[in-house]
Design a protein around this ligand. Structure first.
Ligand SMILES: CC(C)(COP(=O)(O)OP(=O)(O)OC[C@H]1O[C@@H](n2cnc3c(N)ncnc32)[C@H](O)[C@@H]1OP(=O)(O)O)[C@@H](O)C(=O)NCCC(=O)NCCS
Length: 393
């Protein structure tokens, strides 16, 4: 593709008609087990939910500069504005004592549904769209000073976007494509970080025999929403900046972010037998405590292909509580007819207990978490905390 053609395109927030066209297109990739009407309806419902409403969800199109509302746009994607926390190591003070970094509440973005129609693929459109995306999401003062001349003028900043400290996506096309998509041709884009999963086979009797439902407070929809609110507060107190890093960051689970993991497919999950009653458990003693220290929340992956899976969306546990927690989660999975239980990025201190219960940890080949930090620090100096399923989109 010639540079002239790239410079004739730019990134625009989609018109309502372009949003529908983009969804019609992506149905072939992500709506295979639904009719087009069901797929469009699911997104209509999703638009009204907390993770998306009030301008948090923007569909973007790469379209001709001279016809930005055209339905013949060449590529599209979605961004979700969210809240996150960031800890940064300040420069050492003159007396040499390191101060403890305080968390800052920041704007950040989840990115999803990157799509180019089959007939237009291989022309560099998606890569160009992703490069331009930094220019509408990132905190302006952190963007490179110069926009590549061969791309024409930068995309216009729009309401509800911008001020971003970091963004993340979950790549289903490997590590390289998004890494190449930086804000300039010589800067890196999204870097894959720790795509680890731990899975248990639900038939592991060792676990089922230890399940004790009476140890737990069972969380229905209202219960998990309340837990994620409290968890979002707790995160500021319980996490920090690990040694050897200059920055650490995390998405927060409240404001619809973790709820998206089950609300998105609720029309399918509602068909499970028995009907799903609970989306999480927390240790009974936690109900009174200021800091929640033992809980799991979950969703279910039942769309084909793939094994039916109870996927843990957010987890916190001490090693001594973990076996009891997982045994109960396993019993839930069995009751709902799931074949396995999966958790992303299980903390190191829980790995040996997990293995003793038959859990196997491996590097996933799909949904690879990848982040772009917009500050001056290098990606190798940035720790992604709570790199769990709850923030996937
Ligand atoms: C991925 C996709 C958006 C790329 O769009 P595009 O406009 O053709 O992208 P570009 O022309 O900028 O880049 C093409 C490059 O993307 C990479 N790529 C595309 N599909 C890939 C895949 N399935 N696995 C790995 N890399 C892939 C390759 O490096 C390819 O280069 P090549 O053509 O030399 O092999 C498009 O193929 C698509 O819509 N696929 C279906 C939906 C999807 O998988 N989206 C990504 C979800 S994370």
């Amino acid at each position: 593709m010639t540079t002239t053609i790239l410079s004739s395109l730019s990134l625009f927030p989609a018109t309502p008609e372009q949003v529908i066209e983009s969804r019609r297109r992506t149905a072939i990739a992500w709506g295979k087990d639904m009719t087009l009407e069901e797929y469009l309806h699911r997104d209509d419902v999703s638009d009204t939910q907390e993770h998306a409403r009030d301008g948090k969800l923007i569909t973007w199109v790469l379209a001709p500069r001279d016809d930005p509302t055209s339905l013949n746009f060449v590529s599209s994607c979605e961004t979700f504005r969210r809240e996150g926390l960031v800890w940064r190591r300040p420069p050492p003070p003159p007396d040499g004592e390191d101060s403890v970094p305080m968390p800052e509440r920041v704007t950040c973005y989840g990115i999803a549904s990157v799509f180019t129609p089959p007939s237009l693929r291989g022309n560099g459109y998606a890569a160009h769209m992703m490069r331009l995306l930094h220019w509408v999401l990132a905190e302006t003062s952190w963007l490179p000073k110069v926009f590549s001349e061969e791309w024409g003028t930068p995309p216009a900043r729009v309401a509800h976007a911008g001020d971003g400290w970091f963004s993340a996506l979950w790549s289903d096309i490997g590590r390289d494509f998004y890494k190449r998509c930086g804000p300039t041709m010589d800067q890196e884009g999204w870097i894959v970080r720790s795509p680890a999963s731990t899975v248990w086979n639900v038939s592991a009797e060792i676990l089922l025999s230890e399940a004790d439902p009476t140890n737990w407070t069972w969380l229905d929809e209202a219960g998990v929403l309340e837990l994620w609110e409290k968890d979002a507060d707790n995160v500021a107190h319980t996490l920090g900046l690990p040694d050897n890093y200059r920055v650490s960051l995390t998405f927060l689970p409240n404001k619809g972010v973790a709820a998206f993991q089950h609300q998105r497919n609720i029309h399918i999950l509602n068909r499970l037998v028995p009907p799903i009653q609970y989306w999480g458990i927390m240790a009974k003693h936690d109900s009174q405590d200021a800091i929640l220290d033992t809980f799991a929340t979950w969703s279910f992956e039942v769309r084909l292909p793939g094994l039916k899976t109870l996927i843990i969306t957010r987890l916190r546990s001490r090693p001594e509580s973990f076996k009891s927690l997982m045994s109960t989660v396993m019993a839930v999975a069995k009751q709902q007819g799931m074949e396995r239980v999966e958790v992303y990025s299980l903390p190191d201190e829980l790995q040996s207990v997990a293995a003793s219960m038959g859990g196997i940890t491996f590097e996933r080949e799909e949904h690879l978490p990848a982040f772009k930090w917009y500050g001056a620090e290098k990606s190798s100096e940035v720790a992604w905390l709570l790199n769990e399923k709850f923030c996937w989109c």
